[in-house]
Write a protein that binds this ligand. Structure first.
Ligand SMILES: Nc1ncnc2c1ncn2[C@@H]1O[C@H](COP(=O)(O)OP(=O)(O)OP(=O)(O)O)[C@@H](O)[C@H]1O
Ligand code: SF4
Ligand SMILES: [Mg+2]
Length: 325
């Protein structure tokens, strides 16, 4: 059985804003095993990126604060590592593909220079070897004239090309874990497919991937397990077959019905009515109750906790308690 590479335990992160303090993620627990791809899904604002940034301790401070929890990676709690050790882990053991490429590239330095600096910082290799590795990765992510493009500045690249450079930079170090936050949003369909192939290849070479996406079709194609977030909390978690064939949480059921390719009746899309509430206005009890077609009296009064349905399948819904009891 694969070992657990990353274990997030009861993680709560809050932000202080002009409107007040709110929890962006609340009591979040899940794990990633070695050599697996875990999908983290949920509508906008549910806390996916905040979860990703917390793993690398990149939550903006002082407005953001990790209130509680542990993030155990390869046996070490990342939240208590000194910053020098944490910097060594970033890039080398865990790398991130940001939702926004501008966040990852320095506007002041040439692409090639940024790539070889990152390689030489983490690997004991010569500049020439680093240059060759960087150039080969630019080719792998389909940057035309890769040799010449090594000398370009980020502003000379389109948004999609910048995103591909960032993907190359995250993958070229062959880390133990890649966190990919909507990695292909800015890319055309063909390049998207190429990037997903690269991510799959990486899994073959024993890298685990936490893949954050809105796209349930991508989850089905790529992932071994899925973690569903709703309004700062985990709604459901399970292996890909259980989640797609036996979704237990009404929110997961709603997400699956809202996807064209997976919808049972072709062409009949059923988006989940309503919106994710603002974190300042979460309802009492279950945060999904205003949108839930199966809500009942208890859902107003109590917050559902994750219930274990067996085989690693868990859900935070009172209906599942009735099934298991
Ligand atoms: N730096 C920040 N300061 C204040 N609030 C923030 C900050 N970053 C995120 N948030 C808030 O935290 C909540 C979770 O945001 P997060 O970015 O994790 O959502 P997400 O699930 O990644 O959404 P999307 O799919 O749109 O990327 C949201 O309410 C968001 O507005
Ligand atoms: S706990 Fe109640 S409101 Fe929440 S998802 Fe389950 S049935 Fe719906
Ligand atoms: Mg996000």
């Amino acid at each position: 059985m694969s070992k657990i590479l990353l274990e997030i335990e009861k993680l709560t992160v809050s932000f202080e804003t002009d409107e007040g303090v709110f929890k962006a993620i609340d009591d979040v627990s899940f794990h990633v095993k070695s050599n697996e791809i875990v999908g983290l899904v949920g509508e906008s604002g549910c806390g996916k990126s905040v979860t990703a940034l917390s793993i690398l301790r990149l939550i903006p401070s002082p407005s953001g604060r990790i209130e509680n929890g542990k993030i155990i990676f390869n046996g070490n709690d990342l939240l208590s590592l000194d910053i020098r050790k944490m910097k060594r882990i970033r890039g080398n053991a865990i790398s991130i593909i940001f939702q926004e490429p501008a966040a990852a590239l320095s506007p002041l330095h040439r692409i090639g220079q940024q790539m070889i600096e990152s390689l030489m910082l983490h690997k004991n290799i010569s500049k020439k070897t680093a240059w060759n590795i960087a150039e080969s990765w630019l080719k792998k992510v389909s940057i035309p004239d890769a040799g010449e493009r090594m000398f370009s500045y980020p502003y000379q690249f389109s948004g999609g090309m910048q995103q591909r450079v960032m993907i190359a930079m995250a993958l070229m170090l062959a880390p133990d874990l890649v966190i990919a936050d909507e990695p292909t949003t800015a890319l055309d369909v063909t390049t998207q497919a190429q990037v997903f192939e690269l991510i799959k290849e990486l899994k073959q070479s024993h890298t685990s991937i936490l893949l954050i996406t809105h796209d349930i079709g991508v989850v089905w194609e790529m992932c071994d397990r899925v973690v569903v977030m709703y309004a700062s909390r985990i709604a459901e978690e399970g292996n890909i077959n259980d989640i797609f064939s036996r979704p237990a949480h009404p929110y997961t059921k709603g997400l699956l019905k809202s996807v064209p390719k997976l919808s049972t009746k072709a062409g009949r899309l059923m988006p989940i009515p309503g919106y994710v509430p603002s974190p300042f206005n979460y309802p009492s009890g279950c945060y999904f109750r205003d949108r839930c077609p199966q809500a009942f009296d208890r859902c107003k009064k109590e917050k559902p906790q994750l219930v274990d349905l067996g085989n690693g399948h868990k859900t935070a819904c009172f209906l599942a308690e009735n099934v298991t009891s």
